[in-house]
Ligand binder design. Structure first.
Ligand code: CUA
Length: 174
C-alpha cells in the first residue's frame, strides 16, 4: 500500500460544465436585475412614490400637529385620527410603534406621508401584504384609496431592534 501526500494545488481550471453553470447563474442575475426597473413600469404592484428630504424633528412636528388636529379617540395611549377625505395624512414609524392609528373612509383618496424618526422600518399593510419603507430623513408620499372597510394591521418588516416584533399598528377603514 502506498500513502500519497495530499494534493497541494487545490485550484484547478474550471471544467466545461462548471463554466456553463457559472455563465447561466450570471445571466440569470443580470436578467433579474434588468427586470427591476422594467416591473416598475409594466407591473401593477409598484406604486410610484414621491420622496422628499425632511428633518426628523420637522417630520415629528408635522405628525403631532396632524394627530392633534384630527384626533377622535385614543387606544392604549395612541391617538385614533380621522382626517377628512383628501387630506394629507402623516404616519410616523419609531422604535417600536406606528403613530397614530388612522381611521379612513373607503373610496376616498388620501395622501399618506411616511417617515421614521429613528432607524429604518418597513411599513407592511396586512393582510394585503403591501410594503413600503420608512426611512429617517426621507418623507415618502403614497396615494392611498382604501376600498374595503375593515381593520388592517400594520407590521414592521425591517428588523429595527429588540422591540421589532412588538411594532404593530392599525388602520381602520369605514
Ligand atoms: Cu420597526 Cu422593525
Amino acid at each position: 500500500m502506498v500513502i500519497h501526500p495530499p494534493e497541494r494545488i487545490w485550484w484547478k481550471p474550471m471544467s466545461g460544465q462548471e463554466r456553463l453553470y457559472i455563465a447561466a447563474a450570471v445571466l440569470f442575475a443580470l436578467i433579474t436585475f434588468a427586470l427591476m426597473p422594467v416591473w416598475h413600469f409594466i407591473g401593477n404592484q409598484n406604486p410610484t412614490m414621491q420622496t422628499f428630504r425632511v428633518e426628523k424633528a420637522a417630520y415629528i412636528d408635522k405628525v403631532m400637529a396632524f394627530a392633534n388636529q384630527y384626533k377622535v379617540a385614543e387606544e392604549a395611549g395612541v391617538p385614533v385620527v380621522a382626517p377628512p377625505p383628501g387630506a394629507d395624512v402623516y404616519v410616523l414609524a419609531r422604535a417600536f410603534q406606528w403613530y397614530p392609528i388612522l381611521k379612513l373612509k373607503a373610496g376616498q383618496t388620501y395622501k399618506v406621508h411616511v417617515s421614521s424618526s429613528d432607524v429604518q422600518h418597513g411599513l407592511s399593510l396586512q393582510p394585503m401584504n403591501m410594503n413600503f419603507m420608512a426611512i429617517p430623513g426621507y418623507e415618502y408620499i403614497l396615494y392611498l384609496t382604501p376600498t374595503q372597510p375593515g381593520q388592517y394591521g400594520i407590521v414592521c418588516n425591517e428588523f429595527c431592534g429588540l422591540g421589532h416584533h412588538l411594532m404593530s399598528g392599525k388602520l381602520i377603514v369605514e
